[in-house]
Design a protein around this ligand. Structure first.
Ligand code: 1PX
Length: 220
Protein backbone atom coordinates (compact mmCIF):
# COMPACT_ATOMS: atom_id res chain seq x y z
CA UNK A 1 0.00 0.00 0.00
CA UNK A 2 1.31 3.42 -0.90
CA UNK A 3 2.08 5.59 2.10
CA UNK A 4 0.58 9.05 2.54
CA UNK A 5 3.73 10.75 1.21
CA UNK A 6 3.47 8.89 -2.07
CA UNK A 7 3.78 10.98 -5.24
CA UNK A 8 0.38 9.75 -6.41
CA UNK A 9 -1.33 11.50 -3.50
CA UNK A 10 -2.01 15.17 -4.30
CA UNK A 11 -0.31 17.56 -1.86
CA UNK A 12 -2.97 18.76 0.55
CA UNK A 13 -2.80 22.36 1.68
CA UNK A 14 -0.09 22.41 4.26
CA UNK A 15 -0.07 24.89 7.09
CA UNK A 16 2.80 25.47 9.50
CA UNK A 17 0.21 26.09 12.20
CA UNK A 18 -0.57 22.36 12.51
CA UNK A 19 3.14 21.61 12.69
CA UNK A 20 3.90 24.09 15.43
CA UNK A 21 0.85 23.02 17.35
CA UNK A 22 2.20 19.42 17.35
CA UNK A 23 4.67 20.55 19.99
CA UNK A 24 1.70 21.24 22.26
CA UNK A 25 0.62 17.61 21.95
CA UNK A 26 4.11 16.45 23.05
CA UNK A 27 3.39 17.28 26.67
CA UNK A 28 1.68 14.75 28.91
CA UNK A 29 -0.24 15.78 32.03
CA UNK A 30 2.76 14.98 34.19
CA UNK A 31 5.11 17.04 32.02
CA UNK A 32 6.72 14.18 30.14
CA UNK A 33 7.43 14.51 26.42
CA UNK A 34 5.92 12.05 23.96
CA UNK A 35 8.57 10.90 21.51
CA UNK A 36 6.07 10.23 18.78
CA UNK A 37 4.63 13.74 18.73
CA UNK A 38 8.12 15.24 19.06
CA UNK A 39 9.37 13.32 16.04
CA UNK A 40 6.19 14.15 14.14
CA UNK A 41 6.76 17.83 14.81
CA UNK A 42 10.18 17.52 13.18
CA UNK A 43 8.72 15.66 10.23
CA UNK A 44 6.40 18.58 9.58
CA UNK A 45 9.18 21.13 9.96
CA UNK A 46 11.35 19.27 7.49
CA UNK A 47 8.46 19.15 5.06
CA UNK A 48 8.10 22.90 5.39
CA UNK A 49 11.83 23.41 4.90
CA UNK A 50 11.75 21.26 1.75
CA UNK A 51 9.11 23.55 0.31
CA UNK A 52 11.63 26.42 0.57
CA UNK A 53 13.90 24.91 -2.07
CA UNK A 54 16.59 22.35 -2.75
CA UNK A 55 19.35 24.52 -1.29
CA UNK A 56 18.21 23.22 2.10
CA UNK A 57 18.40 19.56 1.12
CA UNK A 58 21.71 18.94 2.92
CA UNK A 59 20.03 20.09 6.14
CA UNK A 60 16.92 18.10 5.34
CA UNK A 61 18.97 14.93 4.73
CA UNK A 62 20.55 15.11 8.17
CA UNK A 63 17.20 15.80 9.83
CA UNK A 64 15.52 12.91 7.99
CA UNK A 65 18.36 10.63 9.02
CA UNK A 66 17.90 11.58 12.67
CA UNK A 67 14.13 11.19 12.47
CA UNK A 68 14.68 7.73 10.94
CA UNK A 69 17.01 6.71 13.78
CA UNK A 70 14.34 7.68 16.30
CA UNK A 71 11.63 5.81 14.36
CA UNK A 72 13.81 2.69 14.27
CA UNK A 73 14.12 2.83 18.06
CA UNK A 74 10.38 3.40 18.44
CA UNK A 75 9.57 0.46 16.17
CA UNK A 76 12.20 -1.85 17.64
CA UNK A 77 11.56 -4.68 20.09
CA UNK A 78 12.01 -2.25 22.98
CA UNK A 79 9.89 0.41 21.32
CA UNK A 80 7.70 0.82 24.40
CA UNK A 81 10.75 2.17 26.27
CA UNK A 82 10.83 5.03 23.79
CA UNK A 83 7.34 6.27 24.50
CA UNK A 84 8.55 9.42 26.25
CA UNK A 85 11.93 11.15 26.30
CA UNK A 86 12.05 10.44 30.04
CA UNK A 87 11.55 6.70 29.56
CA UNK A 88 14.07 6.65 26.71
CA UNK A 89 16.77 8.30 28.82
CA UNK A 90 16.13 5.90 31.69
CA UNK A 91 16.10 2.81 29.48
CA UNK A 92 19.23 3.69 27.50
CA UNK A 93 21.22 4.75 30.55
CA UNK A 94 20.15 1.76 32.67
CA UNK A 95 21.22 -0.56 29.87
CA UNK A 96 24.46 1.23 28.93
CA UNK A 97 23.20 2.02 25.47
CA UNK A 98 24.69 5.52 25.30
CA UNK A 99 28.25 6.44 24.29
CA UNK A 100 29.15 8.99 26.94
CA UNK A 101 32.76 9.90 26.09
CA UNK A 102 33.20 9.22 22.38
CA UNK A 103 31.15 7.61 19.66
CA UNK A 104 31.84 3.90 19.83
CA UNK A 105 29.40 1.01 20.26
CA UNK A 106 26.22 3.07 20.29
CA UNK A 107 26.75 5.82 17.73
CA UNK A 108 23.02 6.06 17.09
CA UNK A 109 21.58 6.08 20.60
CA UNK A 110 18.23 7.75 21.01
CA UNK A 111 19.78 10.09 23.58
CA UNK A 112 22.51 11.52 21.33
CA UNK A 113 20.24 11.68 18.30
CA UNK A 114 17.50 13.47 20.20
CA UNK A 115 20.07 15.88 21.63
CA UNK A 116 20.82 17.12 18.07
CA UNK A 117 17.13 17.79 17.49
CA UNK A 118 16.85 19.38 20.92
CA UNK A 119 19.65 21.84 20.12
CA UNK A 120 17.91 22.65 16.86
CA UNK A 121 14.68 23.29 18.74
CA UNK A 122 16.45 26.14 20.52
CA UNK A 123 17.31 27.63 17.15
CA UNK A 124 13.65 27.27 16.15
CA UNK A 125 12.47 28.95 19.33
CA UNK A 126 14.81 31.92 18.75
CA UNK A 127 13.95 32.19 15.07
CA UNK A 128 10.19 32.09 15.70
CA UNK A 129 10.53 34.71 18.40
CA UNK A 130 12.36 36.97 15.96
CA UNK A 131 9.69 36.38 13.32
CA UNK A 132 7.01 37.22 15.87
CA UNK A 133 8.53 40.60 16.73
CA UNK A 134 9.76 41.39 13.21
CA UNK A 135 8.63 44.31 11.11
CA UNK A 136 7.96 44.59 7.40
CA UNK A 137 11.57 45.45 6.58
CA UNK A 138 13.14 42.72 8.74
CA UNK A 139 15.15 40.17 6.78
CA UNK A 140 14.43 36.47 7.31
CA UNK A 141 18.02 35.57 6.41
CA UNK A 142 19.36 37.88 9.13
CA UNK A 143 16.86 36.63 11.74
CA UNK A 144 17.64 33.03 10.86
CA UNK A 145 21.43 33.60 10.94
CA UNK A 146 21.28 35.47 14.25
CA UNK A 147 19.16 32.70 15.80
CA UNK A 148 21.61 30.11 14.46
CA UNK A 149 24.69 31.95 15.73
CA UNK A 150 23.10 32.25 19.19
CA UNK A 151 22.31 28.54 19.41
CA UNK A 152 23.25 25.74 17.09
CA UNK A 153 26.36 27.21 15.45
CA UNK A 154 28.57 26.49 18.47
CA UNK A 155 28.05 22.74 17.92
CA UNK A 156 28.86 22.79 14.22
CA UNK A 157 32.18 22.57 12.42
CA UNK A 158 33.29 25.56 10.38
CA UNK A 159 32.32 24.01 7.07
CA UNK A 160 28.76 23.24 8.24
CA UNK A 161 28.40 26.77 9.63
CA UNK A 162 29.56 28.18 6.32
CA UNK A 163 27.14 26.02 4.29
CA UNK A 164 24.25 26.76 6.65
CA UNK A 165 24.77 30.53 6.59
CA UNK A 166 25.02 30.47 2.81
CA UNK A 167 21.73 28.56 2.60
CA UNK A 168 20.03 31.05 4.94
CA UNK A 169 20.80 33.81 2.44
CA UNK A 170 18.49 32.00 -0.01
CA UNK A 171 15.50 32.31 2.32
CA UNK A 172 12.58 34.20 0.80
CA UNK A 173 11.84 37.67 2.17
CA UNK A 174 9.50 38.05 5.14
CA UNK A 175 6.28 38.47 3.13
CA UNK A 176 6.93 35.45 0.90
CA UNK A 177 8.13 33.45 3.90
CA UNK A 178 4.89 34.17 5.77
CA UNK A 179 2.95 33.17 2.69
CA UNK A 180 4.76 29.82 2.50
CA UNK A 181 3.78 29.23 6.12
CA UNK A 182 0.21 29.24 4.84
CA UNK A 183 -1.31 30.54 8.05
CA UNK A 184 -3.06 33.62 6.67
CA UNK A 185 -2.42 37.33 7.11
CA UNK A 186 0.61 38.71 8.98
CA UNK A 187 -1.67 39.26 12.00
CA UNK A 188 -2.71 35.62 11.88
CA UNK A 189 0.92 34.50 11.61
CA UNK A 190 1.82 36.59 14.65
CA UNK A 191 -1.19 35.27 16.59
CA UNK A 192 -0.21 31.70 15.72
CA UNK A 193 3.36 32.34 16.89
CA UNK A 194 2.10 33.86 20.15
CA UNK A 195 0.16 30.65 20.71
CA UNK A 196 2.80 28.15 19.62
CA UNK A 197 6.08 29.55 20.97
CA UNK A 198 5.29 28.92 24.68
CA UNK A 199 4.78 25.19 23.99
CA UNK A 200 8.02 24.97 22.05
CA UNK A 201 9.79 26.76 24.91
CA UNK A 202 8.22 24.41 27.44
CA UNK A 203 9.25 21.30 25.50
CA UNK A 204 12.75 22.74 25.16
CA UNK A 205 13.04 23.55 28.88
CA UNK A 206 11.82 20.15 30.06
CA UNK A 207 14.21 18.34 27.73
CA UNK A 208 17.09 20.62 28.72
CA UNK A 209 16.43 19.90 32.39
CA UNK A 210 16.16 16.15 31.77
CA UNK A 211 19.48 16.08 29.90
CA UNK A 212 21.12 18.31 32.50
CA UNK A 213 20.02 16.08 35.37
CA UNK A 214 21.61 13.08 33.68
CA UNK A 215 24.66 14.92 32.45
CA UNK A 216 23.82 14.28 28.81
CA UNK A 217 24.12 17.76 27.35
CA UNK A 218 27.50 17.11 25.72
CA UNK A 219 26.93 13.64 24.28
CA UNK A 220 29.38 12.98 21.44
C1 1PX B 1 14.02 27.79 7.49
C2 1PX B 1 15.42 27.49 7.21
C3 1PX B 1 15.93 26.21 7.75
C4 1PX B 1 17.03 26.42 8.68
C5 1PX B 1 17.48 25.18 9.38
C6 1PX B 1 18.26 25.58 10.60
C7 1PX B 1 19.10 24.57 11.16
C8 1PX B 1 20.46 24.57 10.53
C9 1PX B 1 21.12 23.28 10.75
C10 1PX B 1 22.29 23.05 9.83
C11 1PX B 1 22.62 21.59 9.86
C12 1PX B 1 23.48 21.18 8.71
C13 1PX B 1 23.50 19.71 8.46
C14 1PX B 1 24.41 18.88 9.29
C15 1PX B 1 24.27 18.72 10.54
C16 1PX B 1 25.04 17.80 11.43
O1 1PX B 1 26.42 17.96 11.31
C17 1PX B 1 24.58 18.12 12.83
C18 1PX B 1 25.29 17.26 13.85
O2 1PX B 1 24.92 15.92 13.69
P1 1PX B 1 25.98 14.76 14.06
O3 1PX B 1 26.43 15.01 15.46
O4 1PX B 1 25.20 13.46 13.90
O5 1PX B 1 27.10 14.87 13.07
N1 1PX B 1 23.15 17.94 12.89
C19 1PX B 1 22.36 18.75 13.58
O6 1PX B 1 22.78 19.68 14.26
C20 1PX B 1 20.85 18.51 13.49
C21 1PX B 1 20.31 19.34 12.38
C22 1PX B 1 18.83 19.11 12.22
C23 1PX B 1 18.27 20.12 11.27
C24 1PX B 1 16.77 20.13 11.25
C25 1PX B 1 16.28 21.31 10.51
C26 1PX B 1 14.82 21.41 10.41
C27 1PX B 1 14.46 22.80 10.07
C28 1PX B 1 13.05 23.10 10.05
C29 1PX B 1 12.84 24.49 9.62
C30 1PX B 1 11.49 24.97 9.90
C31 1PX B 1 11.41 26.42 9.93
C32 1PX B 1 10.10 26.92 10.40
C33 1PX B 1 10.14 28.37 10.63
C34 1PX B 1 8.88 29.08 10.63
Amino acid sequence: MADSDSDSVPEEKFSLKEVLITFQSCLTDNQEILTDSYVNGWRGLVRFMNSLGSIFSFISKDAVNKIQIMVTHQNGENGDKYETLQSMVKYELDNNLVDLQRRAEHPESGCRTLLRLHRTLRWLELFLEKLRTSTEDSKTSVMCTDAYNDSLAQYHAWIIRKAATMAFCALPGRAAFFQTMNVGSTEQVVAMLVEAIPFISKVYEITEELYKQHNLLELP
